[in-house]
Write a protein that binds this ligand. Sequence first.
Ligand code: FAD
Length: 477
Amino acid sequence: MSNHWDIVIVGAGTTGIPAAIKASERGAKVLVVDVADKVGGTLHLSSGSMSAAGSALQKKKGIEDTPEKHFQDCIQINHGTGDYDKLRLWQENSADTLDWIMSIGLEYPDDNPVIGQGHEPYSTARITTPATAGKAYAAVLETAFNEVLESGNVELRLNTRMTDLIVGADGAVEGIVVQTENNDREEIRASSTLLACGGYSNNDELWEEFHNRPKRVYTYEHSKGDGIQLARKLGAQLQLADNLIMTFGGTVDVDKPDDHWIHTATFPAMRAPWEILVNNEGRRFINEEEESQDFRERTIMNQTDWSCWLVYDQGILDQAPQLFISWDAEKIERAFESHPDYSRADTIEDLADKCSLPADNLKATIDQFNKGRVVSSDQWGRKHTPAPIEKGPFYAIKHYAISVVSFGGIACDNELRVLDANGKSIPKLYAGGEMLGLGIWGNAYLGGSSVGGCMTMGRLLGERFLNWETTAATAAE
Ligand SMILES: Cc1cc2nc3c(=O)[nH]c(=O)nc-3n(C[C@H](O)[C@H](O)[C@H](O)COP(=O)(O)OP(=O)(O)OC[C@H]3O[C@@H](n4cnc5c(N)ncnc54)[C@H](O)[C@@H]3O)c2cc1C
C-alpha cells in the first residue's frame, strides 16, 4: 500500500481497536499505529468494569434499565458536574457497545450485571466485569481486529510512535509523523486522523502542570499524553483537569516504587476495619467504616499531602483477617524492612518518629481510640472495634490518594472532532477515549464509565463520526 490512508488511528487500545474494526466495515483503508509491542493498551491493566443501560444481557436477566436512568444516576453521583452531552452520548450508545462486544465473543460471569461496590452504587445492576478483567476485552478485540487485518484494507504497525501531526496550509491535519521500529522518521498521510492514544497518567510533567502535585498512579506505561501534547501544540482546547478525583488508599509497591496501587483491604465492603487511619498530623479524620467511596476520596484529598497512615499493632496483626490483598508474607516483610512507607517500631513514639508524625498527637489518638472502644463510644462513630492498639511492635503503612486515569484532556464536539481555543473544529482531526480527559464524566468516579465510555466512543467514531475523502492516491490501490 502507498503511504496515503483514508484514516490513520493512533493507538491500538480500548478506543482505537473498535474504531478501526468499525471503520473498516464501512470500507475505509485504515492504518493503526501503536508505540507498544502489542495491541490492547490500558486494557492489559484495567479492572475491566463496564456499565451499560438497556443491554440485551440486562433484558435477559429481567433488569429494566434505560439510558435516562443511567444519566440520572450519573449526575446524582457526580454532583451535577461533567459534560452532559458526552454523558448522554455514552449512555445512549452503551447498550449497543455491550451487545457488540458480547457478539464478538466476550463472556461475563453468570451473576453479571451487578450494582458494584468499588464506586458509588448505581440504582440498578448495570456493571459487567469479565473474570479476567480488562485482559478479556483485549483478547476479544484482538481476535476481531486480526480478522479485519486479513481483509487487506487495514494495517497495523506496532513499535511505532507518533511524534508529530502534519498540518496543511489551510490548517487541516493531513496525517502524522512517526518514529518507526527502526528509529526512522516517516510521514504518514491520511484523509482523517484519529488520536486514540490515551491519557497522561504516566507523565510527571503534565501531572505536575495540570494538578500542581506529584503523580501517584498505577497506569499503562505508554500513557504519556503524547496525543494531548501534539493536539495542544496545534491549538486544541484543554479541558476539565479540575474535575480530578483520586481513589482512596493506594500504597507503594516495594518492587516497583513508582507504582501506587491498592494492595491493602481498607475498603469496609471488602474487610471490616481493625486498624485506624491517621493523617499526617497524627489524628484520625474519618470513620474507617465509612462506606461511601466518594466520601472517602474527597476526605483523603482534604488531608495534608493527600496521604494518611494505617496504624495497628501486633495484637491486631495476630488476630485480624489478612490485610494485604495479594502480597505473600515474604513481600510484606521486605516492605517493612526496606521502604519508609512501611514502618514498624517497638513503641508508639518510635513509630511516630519513623513516620514523621507528631508523637504526642499519635499517642493521644491511639489512647482515645482504645478508651472509646471500652465504653462503646468511638470518637468517629465506628462500631467495629474488635481490638485495642496497645501491644508492640506497632505498625504504620502510608496510604495515598491515587489515580489510574487522567482527568484533563482536549475538548471535542459531539462527533468527537477536536476543538480549538475558539470552539472551532480543527479540520480532519478527531479524538476519543482518555484523550478527552475523564473529567467529561464529572468530578466523581462513575462505575465502568471509562472502559464503557472509551469503547463506545471508538465504536461510534468507526461507525459514524469519522469521515474521509477517498483521494486519487488511496483509490488507486
Ligand atoms: C489499573 C486500572 C484499572 C482500571 N479499571 C477500570 C475499570 O474497572 N473500569 C473502567 O471503566 N475503567 C477502568 N480503568 C480505566 C480504563 O481502562 C482506561 O481509561 C481506558 O482503557 C483507556 O482507553 P484509551 O483508549 O483512552 O487508552 P488505551 O487503551 O491506553 O490506548 C491508547 C493506546 O495508545 C498508544 N499510544 C500512546 N501514545 C502513543 C504514541 N505517541 N504513538 C502511538 N501510540 C501511542 C498506547 O500504547 C495504547 O495502546 C482502569 C485503568 C487502570 C490503569
